[in-house]
Design a protein around this ligand. Structure first.
Ligand code: GDP
Length: 216
């Protein structure tokens, strides 16, 4: 029996993320990424979805992912090493769908993301973040189509759940569930989270650790 089976997944994941998590590098293109030697779990979502805040909440580190004040500015893959010795990596993907982004920025985003999704053999899962106030937008659906095409397993995660009433959250969850079920590569379970009040963060840690192959 592996030592992970003796404690529950939530506790195992909590311990994992309580250990070292280090920023490794920012990669403007695939060739700048570290050698693909450990599993990777990537985070994607529209600009301002709350991705930096969620990464900080997940890892319990305030300044780990920079909460950017300029939506759409970050155009690189930010890589974080989890564990010492390193067990797996978190990949912070550039935000998408910023209406004012110039065309070349959008084209660069697509090229980088597509290269990564198609070409990264160690990518185990993408967590696709959706603002709970807005639900799944057409641009999110486009990204889900892209993920289906790249045959990358992905899971929807609602962010900022504290910003809406529980009854509205239920509706958004049901709609996100339906969206996930209509996509081939989407993981059926949708998680609701709040970085602000901590809702769903422990479950998200367990989902990330499981996707990285840590809880088997
Ligand atoms: P990013 O652009 O996707 O990295 O988004 P940020 O993490 O920078 O968050 C965008 C804005 O949403 C910031 O003003 C955050 O303070 C706010 N925010 C992020 N997560 C939450 C949350 O769970 N609850 C609330 N109320 N606000 C949040």
């Amino acid at each position: 029996m592996s030592r992970h089976q003796e404690i529950d997944p939530i506790e195992a994941a909590r311990r994992l993320f309580a250990g070292p998590v280090e920023f490794r590098l920012s990669a403007p293109a695939l060739e700048f990424l570290p050698d693909p030697k450990v599993p990777e779990v990537a985070f994607a979502g529209r600009s301002n979805v709350g991705k930096s805040s969620l990464l900080n909440a997940l890892t319990g580190r305030h300044g780990l992912a920079r909460a950017s004040t300029t939506p759409g500015r970050t155009q690189e893959l930010n890589v974080f090493d989890v564990g010492a010795p390193m067990r797996f990596r978190l990949i912070d993907m550039p935000g998408y769908g910023y209406a004012k982004a110039p065309k070349d920025v959008v084209a660069r985003w697509q090229a980088l993301v597509f290269d990564y999704l198609r070409g990264r053999v160690v990518l185990k899962r993408v967590l696709l973040l959706i603002d709970a106030r807005h639900g799944v937008k057409p641009v999110d659906n486009e990204v889900m189509d892209l993920l289906d095409k790249a045959a990358v397993s992905y899971q929807l995660v609602l962010t900022k759940a504290d910003k809406i009433k529980p009854s509205e959250l239920e509706k958004t969850l049901a709609a996100a569930d339906a969206a996930a079920r209509s996509h081939a590569a989407a993981f059926p379970q949708v998680l609701a989270t709040s970085s602000e009040v901590g809702t769903g963060i422990a479950e998200l840690r367990a989902a990330v650790a499981a996707a990285a192959g840590e809880l088997v």
